[in-house]
Design a protein around this ligand. Structure first.
Ligand SMILES: C[S@@+](CC[C@H](N)C(=O)[O-])C[C@H]1O[C@@H](n2cnc3c(N)ncnc32)[C@H](O)[C@@H]1O
Length: 229
């Protein structure tokens, strides 16, 4: 499939999935992997949340692909302002509802692959987004991110590690090098998305080619996280 069509399908998938998106994160329905694995997932989420708190992302923060706000909410605890970008109006609406009463949040509905930063931010955050950036867009994406970052700022990244139990029970995980995955909604409707899995070392090496430094780590099973600067 042509990359442009694939990225359009990825946008359509998340628009259609917005109302069921949190089931993945909360390990509900098709994503329920039983008490033991659900507890492990939860404890790894806590590990990442603690690391994000400790890093203390302050100032004007740009969040790319903000989704329903599962992490935006945490960012509000340290940020002076948040600019939250997503291509899905449905996701943005859910994010807005989750953050009702919080001040200084600006939403921008746009396709990140067409986005040109119009200002710089103190720090940048994105979770479970980088794996949806195809290899051929990787450099252009990071160049835009760099343009949006004030000198001295950091980028906090969270993403999925390659693990079959991370996704729904009715999703098939092909080998790690495959970059197009089939995804289903609760209705059974099928979409295709980009999914590039990195280990912390692989991502660090790829970023080094762009002159970016990274301090990345991983939880025992599900998540990669850390800082790029
Ligand atoms: C896996 S979700 C991550 C959401 C959120 N960051 C989180 O951790 O819960 C990916 C998000 O990327 C958004 N997205 C997909 N393609 C996009 C694009 N081309 N431009 C902007 N956002 C996009 C989706 O709408 C969705 O909200």
């Amino acid at each position: 499939m042509d990359t442009k069509d694939l990225l359009s399908e990825q946008i359509a998938y998340y628009r259609a999935r917005a109302n069921e998106y949190d089931e993945w994160f909360l390990r509900q329905g098709r994503y329920d992997r039983g008490p033991e694995l659900n507890a492990r997932w939860q404890s790894e989420v806590t590990e990442v949340r603690v690391a994000l708190d400790a890093f203390n992302l302050t100032g004007d923060i740009l969040e790319l692909a903000c989704g329903t706000g599962l992490w935006t909410e945490q960012l509000t605890q340290t940020a002076s302002s948040i600019t939250a970008i997503d291509s899905s109006p449905e996701m943005i609406e859910l994010n807005r509802q989750r953050l009702i009463g919080k001040k200084n949040i600006r939403y921008v509905q746009t396709n990140i692959f067409d986005w040109k930063p119009d200002r710089q931010y103190d720090n940048i955050f994105f979770s479970f987004w980088l794996s949806h950036v195809p290899h051929e867009q990787f450099d252009a994406f990071w160049n835009s991110v760099r343009q949006a970052l004030r000198p001295g700022g950091s980028i906090f990244v969270i993403d999925s590690l390659y693990d079959e139990q991370s996704t729904a029970r009715n999703h098939h995980l092909p080998d790690k090098e495959a970059t197009i995955l089939e995804r289903r909604l609760n209705s059974g409707e099928i979409y295709h998305v980009v999914k590039v899995f990195y280990t912390p070392d692989e991502l660090t090496q790829r970023l080094a080619l762009l002159g970016l430094q990274a301090d990345l780590t991983q939880t025992s099973r599900f998540f990669l996280y850390g800082i790029v600067y």
